[in-house]
Every structure is written in structure tokens, then in C-alpha cells.
Design a protein around this ligand. Structure first.
Ligand SMILES: CC(C)(COP(=O)(O)OP(=O)(O)OC[C@H]1O[C@@H](n2cnc3c(N)ncnc32)[C@H](O)[C@@H]1OP(=O)(O)O)[C@@H](O)C(=O)NCCC(=O)NCCS
Length: 128
């Protein structure tokens, strides 16, 4: 499974690939992972808050609702476990991801300057 995630991640983030060991460590640290042939999402629930660690969809399957569907699965899981809020960070210049989060009800609550090298990260939140 971790090797498949490594391959999937490389397709989604060619400039910053993660290794299968990175995924194994995330799992060991308490993260949850959903992965299919087309995409993956990783999140962590701590007390009544959750964080989306990352999400990706294979390029040829984008813009068909896969990421939105995965977000809904995660939101349902977080709700079931007593979570009230979901946080995430997105690069200011990542327009597809910003569009995804905006259309799924995530609101900007902060900014982390130069979070990704010289690019700002926007801190988003959704109350569920
Ligand atoms: C961001 C990403 C996960 C979106 O996946 P997706 O499956 O294409 O998203 P969806 O099909 O569910 O689209 C969700 C919304 O975003 C919009 N959207 C998606 N890609 C878009 C693009 N390139 N330009 C404009 N809008 C876009 C869709 O039209 C849709 O809007 P709607 O709900 O108003 O119809 C995908 O582009 C990806 O894997 N990117 C590379 C990895 C990445 O940047 N991950 C995010 C890290 S924070």
C-alpha cells in the first residue's frame, strides 16, 4: 500500500515526491489514509479538531469531482469521531486546490508567509 501511495503521490506532486516510508510514518503517527487508483487523502483527528495533511488526484482524473468526494468522506469521518473543525494549509498560488476548498466551504482564517519556500500558505478552516 505504501509503495502505491508513493507512486500516486509522485504523479500528483512531481516536484515534491514523498517516499513510502513517509506514508508509513504518517500512518504510525495517527493519520488516516484513503487511497484509490485515482487519488488519495490523508488526515488526522486530534480531540475535536482535524487537519487535512494532503490530497491529490491523478492528473487524468481531475475535475470530475474525485477530490470533493474524498473531502466529504473525511468530513463524515471527522464528524462521527466528534470533530468540530477541519484545518488545512494551501499554497497561495495553487488555484485548483483553492477552488476545491472554496467550493467545499473552507474559509481563510490566516496566512503563513513564505511557508512553502517563498510562497505564502493560506490557513483555511471549515466548521462541520
Ligand atoms: C487540487 C486537486 C486535488 C483537485 O482535485 P479534483 O478531483 O480535480 O477536484 P474536483 O473535481 O473535486 O473539483 C472541485 C472544484 O474545484 C474546481 N477545480 C478543480 N480543478 C480546477 C482547476 N484546475 N481550475 C479551476 N477550477 C478547478 C472544480 O471545477 C470544482 O469546482 P465546483 O465544485 O465549483 O464545480 C487536484 O488538482 C490535484 O491533485 N492537484 C495536485 C495536488 C495538489 O495541489 N493538492 C492540494 C494540496 S493543498
Amino acid at each position: 500500500m505504501y509503495q502505491e501511495l508513493e507512486n500516486l503521490h509522485k504523479e500528483c506532486f512531481p516536484n515534491k515526491p514523498w517516499s513510502s516510508k513517509d506514508f508509513e510514518d504518517l500512518k504510525k503517527s495517527g493519520c488516516d489514509i484513503i487511497a484509490s487508483q485515482n487519488g488519495f487523502i490523508i488526515w488526522r483527528v486530534v480531540a475535536d479538531e482535524a487537519e487535512i495533511i494532503t490530497i491529490g488526484v491523478r492528473p487524468e482524473f481531475r475535475k470530475s469531482g474525485i477530490a470533493s468526494a474524498m473531502l466529504i468522506l473525511v468530513e463524515n469521518d471527522v464528524k462521527k469521531r466528534g470533530g468540530k473543525k477541519i484545518f488545512l494549509e494551501v499554497a497561495e498560488n495553487n488555484i485548483p486546490a483553492r477552488k476545491l476548498y472554496e467550493s467545499n466551504g473552507y474559509k481563510q482564517i490566516g496566512i503563513r508567509p513564505h511557508y512553502y519556500d517563498n510562497i505564502d500558505a493560506l490557513l483555511l478552516e471549515k466548521e462541520i
